[in-house]
Design a protein around this ligand. Structure first.
Ligand code: FAD
Length: 446
């Protein structure tokens, strides 16, 4: 880390109160609720981003594409502000330490941020809010990452839903009764604090390098959404939105995507509801991070064969559809949803490897990695989650391939050696693996 003080701006006099807008999972100016409220306040707004050293120091992959992506987005925001005599303060620190320093440098009235619903983020925000309170600074948090928060879609008896279909029905009913107006900040731009540029923090300053991966666009065409219902299950076709990464980091607004979905495709809207459902599940049942949603499933005796896990990770199981998916993931940071379901089922059922191993591998590789969705879907595939696939449903990789990649286009794209002697024989025979899985699950659940 270089010894530039990234907080100091030479040539500015820091007189007068400011409000701070803290960017986190909402890396955009457009339709950003907390930013809108900050800019509508009486005081000039100092925007801030903190690279959380507590999280980043633990990452062993110094070329992690997600860090690169965030960095690029932050750079764009900073440059845009600097065209107009404003700037973005970018720090690399533990959030609490960052606020300790910022409050020494600036006279802060309030900190505005959008809520983040993951357990770590809830704890972080509680600590930051408590610290700010000791300085008489308000911490103002807004709903922006979801359409409905944890206590907005509940059963009639006020309990959280644990089954998707009734949850989605209630969600849609509430959407019909809710006005989703965009929060445009354009006219409020003048309320950003006028300040000379903060020094720029380089990725290398905190030990990371740029990734060479291509990131999907945050624009999705109406055609993709309109044809989603017929194309979304075909991994060889560009039939899904690829918005996962952008919804994760807030480079698109969930409200805008939802409005589009509502007018163009009910099937697509349903997928956005799954996202909201799993965010709510994680909020109400945070124990799912480490253990099965259904406790009985903690009794499964996993085989956890490390060599077989390695073959699964590398895409060398001898099952082409599984291997194509894993290779797509390793090379691009993306895997098609249909194939995510298959690879997860294969790991947990065919190989009887703990879903947490697979979950951790996806968490390391997926550009769109999101704790709630990853955990929810892994537990769905393993059968241990809320509203999960029944445990006796074991996907047959060959049938999946015939149904969803009948011409083998997806397979040949990722496994050029398919059909040659260089491609391995199946790691385990399907019928045998299926029966072994059923026996292990039955033993745990009886
Ligand atoms: P589209 O099909 O275009 O869907 C639009 C958006 O809807 C997605 O971007 C996502 O935000 C949401 N969505 C779609 N399907 C689901 C779903 N099943 N659950 C929750 N939200 C959904 N999604 C993640 O965002 N992060 C993850 O870490 C993640 N891990 C997964 C792990 C497994 C084992 C499985 C089976 C699925 C996982 N998914 C995850 C869900 C889904 O596969 C991805 O959201 C989707 O493939 C992303 O591609 P897309 O943006 O083109 O999605």
């Amino acid at each position: 880390m270089s010894d530039v003080d990234f907080l100091k701006v030479t040539g500015n006099s820091m007189k007068g109160k400011v409000n701070i807008f803290w960017f986190r999972r909402d890396l955009r100016f457009d339709d950003n609720i907390a930013l809108y409220h900050a800019l509508s306040s009486e005081l000039p707004v100092l925007p801030l981003f903190i690279f959380d050293s507590g999280i980043l120091d633990k990452l062993t992959n110094r070329g992690d594409a997600r860090v690169s992506f965030i960095y690029n987005e932050i750079e764009k925001l900073k440059k845009t502000l600097e065209k107009d005599g404003r700037s973005l303060c970018v720090l690399y620190a533990k959030p609490l330490d960052a606020f300790l320093r910022i409050t020494k440098e600036f006279d802060v009235e309030a900190v505005f941020a959008n809520k983040d619903y993951e357990p770590y983020a809830i704890q972080r925000d509680t600590e930051v809010a408590e610290f700010l309170k000791t300085k008489n600074i308000q911490f103002r948090a807004f709903k922006d990452h979801v359409i409905f928060e944890e206590n907005e879609v509940l059963k009639d008896n006020c309990e959280p839903y644990t089954v998707f279909t009734p949850y989605s029905r209630k969600w849609k009913k509430q959407l019909a009764q809710t006005e989703i107006a965009p929060f445009s900040s354009e006219k409020l731009w003048g309320n950003f604090l006028k300040i000379k540029p903060f020094p720029f923090l380089h990725l290398e300053d905190f030990g990371f390098v740029h990734s060479s991966l291509n990131f999907p666009s945050s624009e999705v065409s109406d055609v993709i959404i309109r044809e989603y219902a017929t194309k979304r299950d075909l991994p060889a076709v560009e039939g899904t939105s690829k918005l996962g990464l952008h919804l994760r980091f807030g480079t698109v607004s969930i409200r805008k995507v939802t409005l589009k979905a509502r007018s163009l495709s009910d099937v697509f809207l349903n997928e956005l509801i799954w996202r909201n459902f799993f965010i709510d599940i994680l909020w109400h049942f945070p124990y799912v991070v480490n253990t099965s949603f259904k406790p009985k499933y903690n009794r499964i005796e996993w085989r956890n064969n490390a060599m077989e896990f390695e073959k699964w990770c590398r895409g060398n199981t001898g099952y082409p559809m599984v291997d194509a998916g894993m290779r797509e993931l390793n090379e691009t940071g993306f895997m098609h949803n249909r194939v995510r379901m298959l690879t997860a089922s294969f790991l947990t059922k065919h190989l009887l490897i703990d879903w947490r191993w697979g979950e951790a591998y996806f968490a390391e590789k997926l550009l769109d990695y999101e704790l709630a969705s990853n955990n929810g879907n892994w537990q769905w595939a393993a059968g241990s989650g809320c509203d999960a696939a029944p445990y006796f449903r074991v996907f047959n990789p060959e049938i999946q391939q015939k149904k969803f990649d009948p011409k083998g286009e997806y397979i040949f794209k990722w496994i050029p050696e398919h059909g040659t002697l260089n491609y391995p024989a199946p790691l385990v025979e399907h019928k045998f693996a299926r029966e072994r899985a059923l026996a292990a699950y039955k033993k745990a659940l009886d």
